[in-house]
Design a protein around this ligand. Structure first.
Ligand SMILES: [Fe+2]
Length: 180
């Protein structure tokens, strides 16, 4: 289950109901997939060939099609990041800059971990959403955010798009003290 950390107060929010309520108030979609559907041989595998990526999409076909029907996604794929990813450091530097997209950014974590740092309402400010396998999140269109890995430095996620070109990152100017 996801854990929330509010950056300016240090408040930690956990437990499905509290996390769901918090994210709902912030306009962030949060759902859960049954991660036991992931084929055994793909658990803890962070370097994936095309066939293995297709296997992941097939394992969660029902969940993907349900989400797509509700929210208008047209295409989906699988992304894997780990220390085996060429240029991981450069990629992370890019991911760790505050940015926005012209469509929402939806990710279903199927292995490893990731953190979205999202700008909440004025009172809340930026908060971390620490995600583990089974967590599904969507950062709303136009909402400033960034992404990074956790201590394990590895993640596999399903991404869904209305139009992949909508996922281009547009930098968002933010004062450093506001993000911290
Ligand atoms: Fe993004």
């Amino acid at each position: 289950m996801a854990v929330i950390k509010v950056r300016k107060t240090g408040e930690v929010i956990q437990g499905h109901e509290h996390v769901s309520n918090f994210l709902q108030k912030q306009g962030v979609l949060y759902e859960h997939w049954d991660i036991h559907k992931l084929p055994e041989h793909l658990k803890n595998k962070f370097v994936l060939n095309d066939q293995e990526k297709e296997e992941i999409l097939a394992a969660f076909k029902e969940e993907i099609e349900d989400l797509a029907a509700r929210r208008g996604y047209k295409t989906w794929d699988v992304v894997a990041l780990s220390d085996a990813t060429p240029n991981l450091e450069e990629l992370l530097k890019k991911f760790e800059q505050v940015h926005i997209h012209t469509e929402d950014e939806v990710r279903a974590i199927v292995a490893g971990h990731g953190i979205f740092i999202i700008k909440g309402d004025e009172q809340t400010g930026y908060f971390n959403v620490e995600l583990e396998a089974g967590d599904v999140i969507s950062v709303p269109e136009g909402n400033p955010h960034f992404f990074t890995l956790m201590e394990d430095r590895q993640v596999v996620a399903v991404r869904l798009f209305i139009d992949p070109s909508g996922w281009v990152a547009h930098p968002y100017e933010e004062k450093e003290e506001v993000v911290k």
